[in-house]
Design a protein around this ligand. Sequence first.
Ligand code: ATP
Ligand code: MG
Length: 286
Amino acid sequence: MKTPKRLQPLVDEGLIDEVIRPLMSGKEADVYIVRCGDDVRCAKIYKEADKRSFKKAVEYREGRKGRNSRRTRAMEKGSNYGRQEQEQAWQNAEVDALFRLANAGVRVPTPYGCFDGVLLMELITDEAGYVAPRLNDVSLTAEMATAHHALVMKDVQRMLCAGLIHGDLSEFNVLLDHTGPVIIDLPQAVDAAANNNAKRMLLRDVNNMTQYYGQFAPELLRSKYAQEMWLKFESGDLLPDTELTGQFVESEHSADIESVLAEIQAAFEEEQDRKARIQAETEDEY
Ligand SMILES: Nc1ncnc2c1ncn2[C@@H]1O[C@H](COP(=O)(O)OP(=O)(O)OP(=O)(O)O)[C@@H](O)[C@H]1O
Ligand SMILES: [Mg+2]
């Protein structure tokens, strides 16, 4: 097919040899199937900010660090330069998350890099080599649903141990290949330790997945992995191989721990803010 304008620079650079066909046009990106040498891959072209429909960007961005504080402040002020930086940060967030998660053993598409606002990654396929379906497009037996729910919970645990929460996990952002679920679509991944919405997002992500698999295996609906994971994560006791039970009893004791931890966290954040303000002010003097 004719090469789309945004993919031309990658063709010129020799990163893509041929554009095979468009795959999907999503809310935030257009996805194409491309050939790179002997490999068939996936190219995700990010839409520009004004064409995206992702409304809650601010909530997700919180806690993300710019490479320097001048840049971070420009991003916060929303100046022209700041907006460009924000675009770059948005585009790089997904490739960064993919590298980090692939390293942590989470099943995600293998990333090959992000160039000129285009993410090149592994094309996820089914056994026959066709593009893998989204969970939303398949129906599972109870046994499969139970097994795959466990795989996804483990991947969410590995992600959390790697410091990230997906933030938009649902049956639309998980594909099914011959080995099981593959998590995609990570530009909004949030920093688990620095974002005040982290716990809420983790609960929402896990709940979405549990509701989905629970249609096929209703006993899963009673599990409480998110609460269990978060409590262990906050107290520094969550490791990738920590065995979770999916059970969580909201005892007075754990409520106490939670509120003490919340207070410590708030005091820590206040101190970080104070230091950042001092730093910003001294920099402004130059
Ligand atoms: N690596 C991949 N392998 C196979 N298919 C993919 C891959 N990445 C994305 N897709 C397909 O493209 C669709 C859009 O990708 P993605 O979810 O990353 O973009 P998006 O613009 O955020 O989409 P949306 O806003 O609709 O969720 C996916 O639902 C999936 O069907
Ligand atoms: Mg998506």
